[in-house]
Design a protein around this ligand. Sequence first.
Ligand code: NAD
Ligand code: DAU
Length: 350
Amino acid sequence: MRLLITGGAGFIGSNFIFHLRAVRPDWTLLCVDKLTYAGNLATLDSVRDDPHFRFFRADITDETAMRGIFETERPDAVVNFAAESHVDRSIEDPGIFLRTNVLGVQTLLDVCRSCGVSRFHQVSTDEVYGDLPLDRPDLRFTEESPLRPSSPYAASKAAADLLCGAYRRTYGLHVTLSRCSNNYGPFQFPEKLIPLMLANALADQPLPVYGTGENVRDWLYVDDHCAAIRLILEKGEAGAVYNIGGHGELSNLALVRRLLALVGKSESLITHVGDRKGHDLRYAIDPVLLEKTLGWRPAVSLDEGLAKTVAWYLEHRLWWETIRSGAYLSYYERMYGNRPAPDRHFDGGL
Ligand code: NAD
Ligand code: DAU
């Protein structure tokens, strides 16, 4: 298998690469990433010298670059993680979300078609379903729930989902989609709730909880998400949508309190700040289709996953402190700026 993975220098994409290295060591992994502020090449240090791994710095909206990589590398399948992924940023500046998350997917689908790559998996999100009320714990999102995105980020992901369905029906591509709940674990960028709160707590800085903090998210350890995507890639039905979630519902306030307890810091650090615009109240995933048809089960409980995550952030302070200081942005130039041009006919290959 020659698998092209986009967004592999980000949080989930990099964990997916590590997951595959462990369980499918014979697969060749071709990582394409633009290295936006959220992509960090240092994250991939452990695989960079692996002969079955290649990294290409490129933008998924750049059709010429994508075509060059596809024609040279001839992937059998594509898993698309590349996206602008932070809701707060989409509220500030929706444009880049539409370019990458919608037009980028269209570009990848078109290049798949013209280069004869029939297998495409789109990594989507539970946010496409909008939110659920706090007072109806019996309700969960199923694959049939209507798409009611609240934020520009969620709307861009929903648009990409619809595009994938249309390419399946119109051109017969073997497309699958997965919609996962909130991930946590190693290498998550410290603008997202868990790493941000951990970093602030360790620095004795205030922990900014939006609004009342009653909003509920359904947390899944990232390696369980990666295992689910691999199963879908290997055994998923063409055109199918799979919800992924681990029954890990928790309010933001309860989660922040658990994090503070795990790092031995006082709850007095919690500071309520103004709410996020259009803030979704509750996400909850019903993953029964994935469980019944592909036999997936999350392996890591919330207690275990949070403990592992806190331990990882304590042991890898340099990784997130370098990001918080902004120094990681010059890493690519330091590592690769003076290297000879690659022997490939597209820009940015290593
Ligand atoms: P992330 O922001 O950590 O990483 C995104 C990666 O994509 C970065 O490495 C970035 O450099 C790269 N990228 C961005 N624009 C690009 C472009 N135009 N061309 C090439 N590369 C580009 O995101 P994440 O949290 O790892 O999320 C990965 C995917 O999973 C996204 O599609 C997201 O919508 C989805 N998702 C995330 C979660 C979650 O909880 N984080 C849950 C469900 C689904
Ligand atoms: O549900 C899947 C989605 O989960 C993914 O599609 C997104 O890419 C991912 O970013 C995540 O979106 P959220 O908006 O749920 O994640 P975030 O970490 O930004 O926020 C989680 C909750 O915590 C949310 O209710 C907002 C709140 N929050 C967040 C931050 C950053 C705070 O209260 N304070 C904060 O400082």
